[in-house]
Design a protein around this ligand. Structure first.
Ligand code: NAD
Length: 349
């Protein structure tokens, strides 16, 4: 396993390998930066082909959180955790409590929340062992709970900004949007888009989730291999990352990519490929910051739920600004966003 020479290492401040034999816990916590505040980012529960893939994933996600939190104007640094679903994985309370103890050893330098495979209930279990947890059940009117509805709202605002910038559209009525992955985020996004009059094309590995959005929002079902090439205005990747690359980009028909998945570009050069293909890309960590904004407001306890919605809505104007610079300079949107994020982290703003 490579650590310091790992392509995603990028001067991480700390990486904690968490192993507990009695519960079977295998996890990695990565802290990329605490320059702006405690490193915040969710925990992903996932099956990996090997430990190297898990390490690469957590490092890349953690760096992405630094950029995301900086761009969202939060007093958070960037971190992330993965709990590895080993072949004999048992999702016991004891395992998640043990994970909470590992989080606690970091003394608040890392704050966790939900990511793929996690739930509010699991966060409550983790919270029995550490107070450095967010994404806990919502108390009436207060910020908190499952962050995915707020993530979806941020995507919706971002899609509106992209539709204005690329298609000159002021509304989403009649627009065709393909949503890859209709889990927590994808489901809520479909709901908002349906209410705005958009036509939905969806796919998911879990057919019951596809059934639900087809029933509730009159979505059209396509296969998991066809969704990327669907004949739509907007493609919203809301499953996993690294789906945009040399091989997939030539097959895209959408003129806008705007979705919730983290690390949608397999490499930074794919941003240039999208720009060359005339596709407007909403940088993933800018458009999908709604959930972490919700987490921050819950953690710091300084803004109520309506206030969170207002902060999340600013994702639209933040993206419009990046789109404007891209159109003026010809630079890919991901390059512009990365530069802005690094400036904020280094205090050079
Ligand atoms: P989720 O696990 O609830 O949903 C993901 C869905 O994608 C699942 O239904 C899964 O079956 C499906 N999926 C996986 N691979 C697929 C494939 N190849 N084709 C089609 N479907 C596939 O997770 P989520 O919370 O909705 O998060 C979705 C994405 O958004 C993730 O990349 C996550 O990191 C990112 N994200 C989530 C939040 C949040 O608030 N939950 C915030 C920011 C970013």
């Amino acid at each position: 396993m490579t650590v310091f020479s790992n392509p995603a290492f990028d001067n991480h401040e700390r990486v904690l390998f968490c192993r507990d034999e009695p519960t079977g816990l295998c996890a990695i916590i990565a802290i990329h930066s605490t320059a702006l505040g405690p490193a915040a980012g969710g925990t992903r529960l996932w099956t990996y082909a090997n430990d190297d893939d898990a390490l690469y994933d957590v490092l890349r996600l953690s760096q992405g959180m630094s950029y995301k939190n900086a761009m969202a104007g939060l007093k958070f640094g960037g971190g992330k955790a993965v709990i590895i679903k080993t072949p004999d994985f048992d999702a016991s309370d004891a395992l998640f409590e043990r994970f909470g103890e590992f989080v606690d050893t970091l003394g608040g330098d890392y704050i966790t929340a939900e990511d793929v495979g996690m739930s509010v209930e699991i966060m409550e279990t983790i919270a029995r062992r550490t107070r450095y947890v967010s994404g806990l059940p919502l108390q009436s009117g207060k910020a908190g709970g499952d962050p995915s509805p707020k993530t979806a709202y941020g995507l919706y605002c971002g899609i509106q900004a992209a539709a204005k910038a690329r298609l000159g559209r002021d509304d989403l009525e009649g627009m065709r949007v393909a949503v890859q992955g209709v889990g927590h985020v994808g489901y809520h996004l479909c709901k908002l888009l349906h209410e705005a009059g958009a036509t939905l094309v969806v796919s998911d590995l879990d057919e019951t989730r596809v059934d639900r959005v087809c029933d509730e929002f009159s979505a059209e079902r396509v296969g998991n291999t066809e969704i990327l090439g669907a004949d739509v205005d907007v493609l919203a990747p809301c499953a996993l990352g690294a789906i945009l690359h040399e091989e997939s980009i030539p097959g895209l028909k959408a003129r806008i990519i705007a979705g919730g998945a983290n690390n949608q570009l397999r490499s930074p050069e794919d941003g240039q490929r999208l720009a060359d293909a005339g596709i407007l890309y909403a940088p993933d960590y800018v458009i999908n910051a709604g959930g972490i904004i919700n987490v921050a407001c819950e953690y710091f306890g300084d803004v109520d739920d309506d206030g969170v919605t207002e902060l999340v809505a600013q994702i639209g104007s933040r993206l419009a600004d990046i789109f404007e610079e891209a159109s003026r300079t010809g630079e890919p949107t991901n390059v512009i966003a990365d530069r802005r994020a690094r400036k904020i982290i280094s205090g050079d703003v």
